[in-house]
Design a binder for this molecule. Structure first.
Ligand SMILES: Cc1cc2nc3c(=O)[nH]c(=O)nc-3n(C[C@H](O)[C@H](O)[C@H](O)COP(=O)(O)OP(=O)(O)OC[C@H]3O[C@@H](n4cnc5c(N)ncnc54)[C@H](O)[C@@H]3O)c2cc1C
Ligand code: SF4
Ligand code: SF4
Length: 385
């Protein structure tokens, strides 16, 4: 891509200089563009005489790319649920594109990866090496980027997990392609392009982003926004040789932090809202959670009140969860909260206001004060243990 000025058209109005958000335009006789230019196009748009042109060339012939590749994330050689969720979505997209669904997985030798085929991977690329049992950003990025260059998929999906969020930008920059992080919705438009939708500006708008000029179209996808569904295939399993030798990064020590605040894979969540009234109210929720083997979540109102930390927030600008049981305590049921938990299997709501919107989606509603209902519930549960 390059930016050019047509001096015969330029009337020296200097609008381009003012419009540039990157201080990339300087003026001597005519505008000149310096190395800060990121080719955002703002000056091209504002120029009244159409004197500026940006030539956009695709890095690759996009028509050559084919197939949807999914990064199958593992932990200690166990394939994580997010991989099945992504494969489910990849299969949905592949029906519209008529392209193959593939998976890439990095594991220790002799790990069985055939479960990926149960969720619709018809080609599975396996890199087997003892070193891959633990995540190593440098090794994973190198090995996967090289594979993507070789097989040239049109779409590449990665989970928006801690690892995925770190790995995806490393790969996209190596491949010189775009990346949309933290998508909540994916679809294919009428031109066969991947529509990558994610909340933007703190969740105030949903932005749909395209990658028209480079391949693969890369996206990380939030956990639990897709319901995993089996779609068995007869897979071709291809064992690849790892070409990673230059081990710049070595894991010296691994410290595992407490997982108590990670609510995304919790089977039972006890969540508190503004109706808990105070920070200490969450001690009661912790007690209930301990009794049930649950984790504690919260509404944004509770997080913004400083009662709990942001990683516990459920909703549009927090986490999306899909537990077996979700107990909403003193949460009104605003649409932004519901969008993060409505796919829970069974929803119990405790609210003092019988007209609270949360009751519309609850399977079981208890109208009452949390400070009366919760202690009784805890003692009842404890008496049964
Ligand atoms: C762009 C954007 C993004 C957002 N993202 C999120 C998000 O990710 N997650 C999120 O949660 N919100 C989000 N919000 C905020 C959302 O709109 C609501 O403001 C928020 O969910 C309200 O939280 P709440 O239900 O705890 O509080 P409230 O709406 O104030 O509800 C408190 C409830 O507690 C009940 N109550 C009060 N006292 C008691 C009692 N003693 N016992 C029982 N019940 C009681 C009340 O009847 C009431 O229903 C977002 C908003 C915007 C604009
Ligand atoms: S394309 Fe964008 S960054 Fe480049 S000179 Fe124009 S306004 Fe500035
Ligand atoms: S906005 Fe267009 S016409 Fe005005 S100075 Fe810049 S290039 Fe020239």
């Amino acid at each position: 891509m390059m930016i050019q000025i047509n001096k015969t058209k330029c009337n020296k109005c200097r609008r381009c200089e003012k419009a540039c958000p990157f201080d990339a335009v300087s003026f001597s006789d005519y505008p000149e563009f310096n190395e800060s230019c990121v080719l955002c196009g703002a000056c091209e748009k504002i120029c009244p005489t159409k004197a500026i042109s940006i030539k956009r060339t695709s890095g690759k012939d996009t028509s050559e790319s084919s197939g949807i590749l999914v990064f199958a994330e593992t932990k200690q050689d166990m394939i994580l649920d997010i991989s099945f969720e992504l494969l489910t979505k990849a299969n949905e997209l592949s029906e519209k594109l008529d392209e193959k669904v593939m998976a890439v997985v990095l594991v220790s030798e002799n790990t069985d990866v055939s479960i990926l085929a149960e969720y619709g991977a018809s080609k599975i690329y396996v890199f087997a090496d003892t070193d891959f049992k633990k995540y190593n950003s440098e090794a994973y990025a190198k090995v996967i980027s090289d594979l993507v260059k070789e097989i040239n998929p049109s779409i590449f999906l990665i989970g928006a997990t801690h690892i995925g969020r770190e790995l995806a930008p490393r790969i996209s920059s190596r491949l010189k392609t775009g990346l949309t992080a933290d998508c909540t919705c994916l679809d294919i438009n009428e031109n066969g392009l991947l529509m990558q939708t994610r909340p933007a500006f703190g969740g105030n708008i949903m932005a749909t982003i395209y990658t028209p000029n480079s391949r693969p179209q890369m996206a990380t996808v939030r956990q639990k926004v897709i319901k995993k569904k089996k779609n068995p295939k007869n897979p071709e399993i291809i064992f690849k040789q790892s070409n990673y030798e230059n081990k710049d990064i070595k894991i010296i020590k691994e410290t595992i932090f407490s997982k108590t605040t990670d609510i995304t894979d919790a089977e039972v969540i006890v969540a508190g809202g503004r109706g808990m009234g105070k920070k200490q109210g969450f001690d009661l929720l912790e007690k209930l959670a301990d009794t049930l083997g649950a984790r504690v979540g919260a509404s944004r109102a509770a997080v913004e009140s400083g009662w709990v930390d942001y990683p516990m927030q459920v909703g549009l600008s927090g986490k999306t969860v899909r537990p077996k049981i979700y107990i909403a305590c003193g949460i009104s049921g605003a649409v932004q909260h519901i969008s993060g938990m409505e796919n829970s299997d069974y929803i119990i709501a405790i609210n003092i206001d019988e007209n609270a919107p949360i009751f519309k989606i609850a399977d079981l509603g208890i109208v009452g004060d949390v400070y009366e209902v919760l202690p009784r519930l805890i003692s009842k549960l404890k008496s049964k243990v």
